[in-house]
Design a protein around this ligand. Sequence first.
Ligand SMILES: NC(=O)c1ccc[n+]([C@@H]2O[C@H](COP(=O)([O-])OP(=O)(O)OC[C@H]3O[C@@H](n4cnc5c(N)ncnc54)[C@H](O)[C@@H]3O)[C@@H](O)[C@H]2O)c1
Length: 296
Amino acid sequence: MTEISGRAAVVTGGGSGIGMGLAKELARQGARVVVADIKLANAQKVADAITAAGGTAVAIACDVCERGSINAMRDAATAALGPISLVFANAGATSFTPLAEMSDDDVDWIVQVNLMGVMNTTRAFLPDMIANGGGHICATASMAGLLPGWMPVHVPYSAAKMGIIGMMMNLGIEMRAHNVFTTAYCPGGVASGMKANNGAYRPDRFGGPEPVAEVQFSGSDTTHSTLAFYRPQDIAPLVLNAVKNNRPLVFDHADQRTLFRQTYADVVEACYDDLEAWQAEHGVPEGNRTGADLIE
Ligand SMILES: NC(=O)c1ccc[n+]([C@@H]2O[C@H](COP(=O)([O-])OP(=O)(O)OC[C@H]3O[C@@H](n4cnc5c(N)ncnc54)[C@H](O)[C@@H]3O)[C@@H](O)[C@H]2O)c1
């Protein structure tokens, strides 16, 4: 069980959408909260709202793509609220540009903010968490990471979000002895600033903010023509419940079981069937535990 009340938490991307919902719910459940965001004014509004409601929060600027920025945010967060034992690595951004039309900067930005942003945030806070006896890291991935077929035209984003799921699950095993738990949250449609404001988050070193037309989901794709968006404040308690129970994964839409089976269960079963049929006919290759003498 991971306690929320009485602990200090950081939420990256806390100035808007899902992160704002998480920051407010953390405070409502008794945590002291650092609202960290590349848009300091937005983070400040969320921190002010928490304070006005009787909670404890501070706003700190950070760009999760920059290790120095994250480390400086960690130092300021710890100085303001004490050792941080709950980290929500939530900042992210999307792109609906087909891969062949993306510039180098487009690709680098999407991978840096979504994948390396979570890596940088995790690495910044992990050593203190271990030294202080434990904690919890919850990274916001996406259904587009768990089920890459869920969101077309999202190649670097799907790769990054799938990477986050692998990162959190592998880290969870590595951290067992240290009382640090991990969760990968896979949103599947939450009303947020992402559709309209996404281009505004682009840091200068990736070409700077750019106007992006509001994202329109494709009507030809059945998943998104029927996609329901939930409110961040309705989703945050569900995510915190998964954190409290140390669940490795948490979803917010219950309608993707069929796609899950099509993506993994059916494909993986067929893959094993093919392998077993091949090996029945051709035999299992010789191997040994060290790999020695196998390279000709
Ligand atoms: N809304 C959805 O349906 C949905 C679905 C799947 C995944 N997600 C993921 O949820 C997370 C939160 O997104 P959201 O939907 O709330 O969108 P949002 O646009 O409302 O919030 C994203 C926040 O991240 C901040 N941010 C962006 N780049 C940053 C950077 N480099 N450093 C620090 N902060 C930065 C933005 O300023 C913003 O406050 C993202 O990781 C996103 O990929 C959202």
